[in-house]
Ligand binder design. Structure first.
Ligand code: PLP
Length: 416
């Protein structure tokens, strides 16, 4: 098979930037990292940027008037500017640093949700959501007594848009909260169309971009997302970094979530007033090195180009689906490659997904097994668990071949 990877960028040049990839998983067995939907690896530039911060200009931000604090503030705020451009927000005031997707969704639930949702209101979500886009709404619904409804799936693992339209028409919907790309099925949801219909029905939309932002161009204005959240660690950045984007007028109107330093304009014993955006939502000392690291991750992705990365991953997706379809007794979940990110969740008849993952690990292949924080989706599919291989810009087509070989080996061992 022709490796079209080489036509997009030199994969080995990219791989050389990721120190962790160049190691043996077991003696004599090279590492094949296919757990990117859980967390991505980090290029040297990100690791070194964080190291450089701690070695040369570690200080708190926004507070000191000394040189180190000014340098730290410039780097921290510089990262915010890079993020604004990367997702095409209209202002850096719309970029709130968080610890990740989970925190971003909880922030919206506890601020916008707490202020706006009343008994009888409807929050519309989908059965494919990650727990982080289900549980925060359930926690709030128990208190505010609104209703959560879920859009079901079609046979091919895409959202049933007819039911979506019908649920909107039933009325009462205040918020549609939906993932952009599924971390299990890989389904790329038609978010712009979902947003269009939500807005026509008078609802807002929150988009969980945890699995889209690392892998494809994202334009929050083109999507017309009211809120958009993602995690740094899935896009070459460090853990503890993430972003909540929100339209400025919405963020201005929302009360703060956590109280403390930096988020205030003034504090008196009688009461306090809030800082301007984005600081109103960034209480306490933020994750400074992490934000800087995320900025460097974005530099790295932007340098290659998100279209290019998407094209590379599409090639991998087509190839892995084609090869997996050859393996007897194996079932892959989700739509075809044209409507899917580089994620392949599968089950092997008669072999527990954890056993499959363990046997792959013995061959140097890191995948995830379990419910992938999507228990309702697994219930919906009638599964307790699945095994998931997920890819990124540094994966080779030959690693797909290794995966398939290892699966045949696992099958032979189990069915013997
Ligand atoms: N949403 C999706 C679709 C995810 O895949 C994940 C992570 O697995 C999350 C949300 C939660 O992200 P984090 O744990 O970084 O907050």
């Amino acid at each position: 098979m022709e490796h079209s990877v080489e036509r997009t960028y030199f994969i080995e040049t990219v791989r050389a930037d990721f120190p962790i990839l160049n190691q043996e998983h077991h003696p004599g067995v090279p590492l094949i990292y296919l757990d990117n939907a859980a967390s991505s690896q980090k290029p040297r530039s990100v690791i070194e940027a964080m190291d450089d911060y701690y070695r040369r200009y570690n200080a708190n931000v926004h507070r000191g008037i000394h040189k180190l604090s000014e340098q730290a503030t410039a780097a921290y705020e510089g990262a915010r500017v890079k993020i604004r451009k990367f997702i095409n927000a209209s202002s850096k005031r719309e970029i709130i640093f968080t610890r990740g997707t989970t925190e971003g969704i909880n922030l919206v639930a506890q601020t916008w949700g707490r202020a706006n949702l009343k008994p009888g209101d409807v929050v519309l979500s989908t059965v494919m959501e990650h727990h982080s886009n289900i549980v925060p709404w359930q926690i709030l619904a128990a208190e505010k007594e609104f209703v959560i409804k879920y859009i079901p799936l079609r046979e091919d693992g895409t959202l049933d848009m007819d039911v979506y339209t019908r649920l909107l028409n039933e009325g009462g919907v205040k918020l549609v909260t939906v993932m952009h790309v599924s971390n299990v099925l890989g389904t790329i949801n038609p978010v712009a169309e979902i947003a269009r219909q939500a807005h026509a029905a008078g609802a807002l939309i929150l988009v969980d971009g945890a699995q889209s932002t690392p892998h494809m161009p994202v334009d929050v204005q083109a999507l017309d997302a009211d809120f958009f959240v993602f995690s740094g660690h899935k896009m070459l950045g460090p853990t503890g970094s993430g972003v909540l984007y929100g339209k400025r007028a919405l963020l201005e109107a929302m009360p703060p979530w956590m109280g403390g330093g930096d988020m205030i304009a003034s504090v008196r014993l009688e009461g306090s007033t809030w800082n301007e955006l984005p600081y109103k939502f960034e209480a306490g000392t933020p994750s400074i090195a992490e934000a800087i690291g995320l900025g460097y991750a974005i530099d790295y992705l932007a340098e290659i180009g998100m279209e290019t990365i998407q094209a590379h991953e599409h090639t991998l997706t087509e190839y892995v689906l084609e090869r997996l379809s050859e393996v007897p007794d194996l079932k892959v979940y989700g739509p075809d490659a044209d409507r899917k990110g580089a994620v392949a969740a599968f089950t092997f008849a008669g072999i527990h997904p954890h056993d499959v993952a363990q046997m792959l690990d013995a061959e140097g292949i890191a995948v995830r097994a379990g419910h992938h924080c999507a228990m309702p989706l697994h219930d919906y599919l009638g599964l307790a668990a699945s095994t998931r291989a997920s890819f990124y810009l540094y994966n080779r087509l030959s690693e797909v071949d290794s995966l398939i070989e290892a699966l045949y080996k696992a099958r032979k061992a189990f069915y013997r």
